[in-house]
Design a protein around this ligand. Sequence first.
Ligand code: E4P
Length: 220
Amino acid sequence: MKFFLDSARPDEIRYAMDFLGIAGVTTNPRHVQAAGKPFLTTLGEIARLVEGSPLTVSVEVNPHHEQAEAMAAEGEKLAALSPNFVIKLPATEAGFKAIGLLKGRGVRANLTLVFSAVQALQAMRLGAFYVSPFIGWKEANGEPTLQLVEEIVAIRDQYGFATEIIVAAVRNGRQIVEAAVAGADIVTAGLAVYQEALDHPYTRDGLRKFQQFWDQTPYE
Ligand code: E4P
């Protein structure tokens, strides 16, 4: 079970590489905007951070593209910036087609904005490297999410697809655990989600108690 960081901020990525043992990074237009620099500048900084590592960095093509060839052409250009880059394509007709176009050019695709199992199935059939169901966005609309992840995992296992499943837009530790129990390969979440999920008041209380005992005991 791999943890990816959902961020385009180099400082957060460096921190998560050091302290979380992340295996990858997922970016999206919102994260790149939040990084505060031009798109290619931010991508260049991230590329340098992960250079020589096995971390993948998912990078989204211009979301205004409506044609598969335009998506593939930009994806190919972005993938040339770093061997770590995987190209995010939307789960639209053109996005599905672009998976194959990129595959033919040796570029890996991450199908993003996935909200149904049939979208995931199509991405896997077409050879996407990653498929990203957005559970947090579904949950925000009052929709159940666990069944979606379970169905995608079951389909992947049933047919032996090589695609890895990224459970995306994860908001809390419970969702990380549910994704792990369901058999997802990866979760991606923001730094604060991991920090809050890994923190526990009992751990902090216990540590304080042990510190008191420690202070009352001679070392030698
Ligand atoms: C994943 O690849 C997406 O970037 C991400 O999870 C989107 O959700 P969020 O930005 O709302 O967390």
